[in-house]
Design a protein around this ligand. Structure first.
Ligand SMILES: Nc1ccn([C@@H]2O[C@H](COP(=O)(O)O)[C@@H](O)[C@H]2O)c(=O)n1
Ligand code: CDI
Length: 160
């Protein structure tokens, strides 16, 4: 068996709005995010991890922010594209581990729904998709509540 690892990172600034999209789940919040798409940092970091494992660049190269096609886009479409890219090359996703960094909203109450959504889209068992969260202890841009960040690591497997 051959394996590959990939990591991804994404940030979006908070702006006006009443929700944030996280892992394909709409989370009610007193801020939204500034983004060309729906600004789902979890999915963007996950896509970058999958693209990274394939050495296929990053999400901005596949879905340019200058392309009006992606304005307001549902980030799950990006995830489906990245899954197709790895399957075309004979790879399967082994597992994904994601960390969200923000003071608010609280992610814990939504983590299961996010894992279920992502596992469903990726054809993975629930225990192969992890969503964790941390504050940054009031430090930095996340600590000041200016934005939200997410990190993702994925393992790809291929036989032989
Ligand atoms: N946006 C967040 C941040 C944290 N959590 C949960 O709270 C726990 C404590 O956070 P610390 O930063 O003080 O370690 C953390 O382990 C998460 O379970 C959260 O749900 N949403
Ligand atoms: C997702 C894309 C789509 O145009 O735009 P944004 O929603 O702004 O998100 P970002 O994380 O900056 O990734 C770049 C783009 O691919």
């Amino acid at each position: 068996m051959t394996i590959r690892i990939g990591q991804g990172f994404d940030v979006h600034a908070f702006g006006d709005g009443d929700h944030v999209m996280l892992g394909g789940v709409r989370v009610a919040h007193d801020r939204g995010v500034l983004a060309h798409s729906d600004g789902d940092v979890v999915i963007h970091a996950l896509c970058d991890a999958m693209l990274g494992a394939l050495a296929l660049g990053d999400i901005g190269q596949h879905f340019p922010p200058s392309d009006p096609q992606w304005k307001g886009a549902d980030s799950l479409a990006f995830l489906r594209h990245c899954r197709a890219l790895l399957r075309e090359r004979g790879w399967q996703l082994g597992n994904a581990d994601i960390t969200v960094v923000c003071e608010r909203p609280k992610v814990g109450p939504h983590a299961l729904a996010m894992r279920e959504t992502l596992a469903g889209e990726l054809g993975l068992a629930l225990d192969a998709v992890s969503v964790k969260a941390t504050t940054s202890e009031t430090l930095g841009f996340t600590g000041r509540g200016e934005g939200i960040a997410a990190m993702a690591v994925v393992l790809l497997v291929r036989s032989p």
